[in-house]
Design a binder for this molecule. Structure first.
Ligand SMILES: [Zn+2]
Length: 426
């Protein structure tokens, strides 16, 4: 009898060690936001804490909390202080990481704002921020003991601006929740912003797998007012006072539209539950930007707005890489170490091709795959991608992640986005 009781005890201890963390055991319905700075130069990176906030909504997943999809140049993990078990984790990328590959970073040190959000814990946790050093290797950059009852955690309600629910199909735990923030819309242009946000949803749903998952999308339009209409275009000496202070000409690249004011972005996003943030810029100029699990910035009125908004969301939501490359050296050409397998699901250096789309290659496909008509409409291993012509391979001759003229995501990109949708909503 004693033996029986003991084995039951062993089983229950094992179950509690190996059971996936249950949301309600560890987390409240609110969110915890950590603001920090990435500081350094081409060779160094450090994390400095800026502040901790309690925010009203948690829009993310409530299942499989202790696993992620191995995406992003960085990841954070939240550990229960008592057991040191991982109770939440997520990957993300950063504009800082891109900047590290620019010529400026070789001679200058800089700091970039960054923010992460996770469900607000019920009891003491340890937060780890880690940098990817290889496809499956990580280096700790930052460790912080967070006591949820700490009186100095900022509990101020976010600054109120009008929020229009464009569509709400399901609850945040089962939905792809998208916060769309107005950028460069004056208070008088609020109605235009709501129309543009509606159009953004339509644009997204012109592409699979978003079209067939439309019923899982919740989209909130956050009407952050700007003093000026339009956004800053430094190459034309045009500077505007706008809600999140975005500008073209990031890293001297004319069409690269980003903002460094990440705290402002996340302050507005806090008005809605979200999995992803879109910043919608009120301009007809061509350009945009999207960084995995950080934000997407797109323009409202360009002839390529549909293509660009889906392409950039491919980066920020699906963790997809650019499949394009130029003979002329791109500003981001130094982004990838060709001795390592990149983490993005749609490019490969063939170092760990097993972890990519190798299983999806039709039988008899040559590797690398020649860019000839015979192979142009099927999955292959085409050389050129991730801004470089040699040593990096992409899965399809053409794709939404390569050109504006191609109408859809290639099968590998589509599967990666589908995987993310299932991960967040099921
Ligand atoms: Zn693709």
């Amino acid at each position: 009898m004693l033996k029986y009781a003991l084995s039951l005890f062993v089983i229950s201890v094992c179950a509690s060690i190996f059971a996936a963390p249950s949301y309600s055991d560890f987390f409240t319905d609110r969110a915890c936001r950590i603001d920090f700075h990435f500081c350094g130069n081409a060779h160094q990176i450090s994390v400095y804490l800026d502040g901790v906030k309690q925010e009203p909504f948690w829009g993310g997943r409530r299942k499989h909390l202790d696993t992620d999809l191995n995406l992003g140049d960085f990841r954070f993990r939240v550990l229960d202080s008592l057991t040191q078990k991982v109770i939440y984790c997520n990957g993300f990328s950063a504009l800082f990481r891109e900047w590290q590959s620019t010529p400026e970073a070789a001679t200058t040190s800089k700091s970039f704002e960054q923010a992460i959000q996770f469900p607000y814990p019920k009891r003491s946790v340890v937060l780890l921020i880690e940098k990817r050093t290889d496809f499956d290797q990580w280096q700790e950059l930052f460790r912080y003991n967070l006591l949820p009852s700490d009186k100095l955690i900022d509990r101020r309600a976010p600054r109120k601006v009008p929020v229009n629910t464009i569509c709400k199909n399901t609850t945040p735990d089962k939905g792809i929740d998208i916060a769309v923030i107005a950028e460069g819309y004056t208070a008088a242009e609020q109605e235009k912003f709501y129309k543009d946000a509606q159009q953004l949803l339509k644009n997204l749903c012109t592409h699979e797998p978003f079209a067939s998952n439309r019923e899982r999308i919740n989209l909130y339009a956050i009407a952050a007012p700007s003093e000026d209409s339009g956004v800053s275009v430094p190459q034309d000496s045009v500077w505007k006072n706008t809600a999140v202070g975005s500008n073209f000409y990031t890293f001297y690249e004319p069409r690269y539209l980003t903002t460094l004011n990440v705290k402002k972005v996340y302050d507005y996003a806090a008005l809605a539950p979200y999995d992803a943030i879109y910043i919608l810029a009120n301009t007809s100029r061509y350009g945009g930007g999207g960084i995995y699990n950080f934000y997407t910035l797109v323009t409202a009125d360009n002839q390529y707005t549909t293509q660009v908004s889906v392409h950039e969301f491919g980066h920020s939501f699906g963790g997809l890489a650019d499949e394009y490359f130029y003979e002329k050296q791109d500003v981001l050409a130094g982004m990838y170490d060709l001795k390592q397998e990149p983490w993005e699901p749609n490019i490969t250096t063939l170092v760990k091709f097993d972890a990519k789309w190798k299983a999806d290659l039709p039988k008899g496909t040559p590797v690398p795959t020649p860019s000839v008509d015979q192979y142009k409409n099927r999955v292959g291993v085409f050389e050129g991608g991730g801004y470089i012509t040699k040593g990096m391979f992409r899965p399809s001759f053409d794709c939404r992640m390569r050109t504006n003229s191609y109408p859809e995501f290639c099968p590998v990109c589509r599967s990666a986005v589908e995987r993310m949708i299932r991960f967040l909503t099921e």
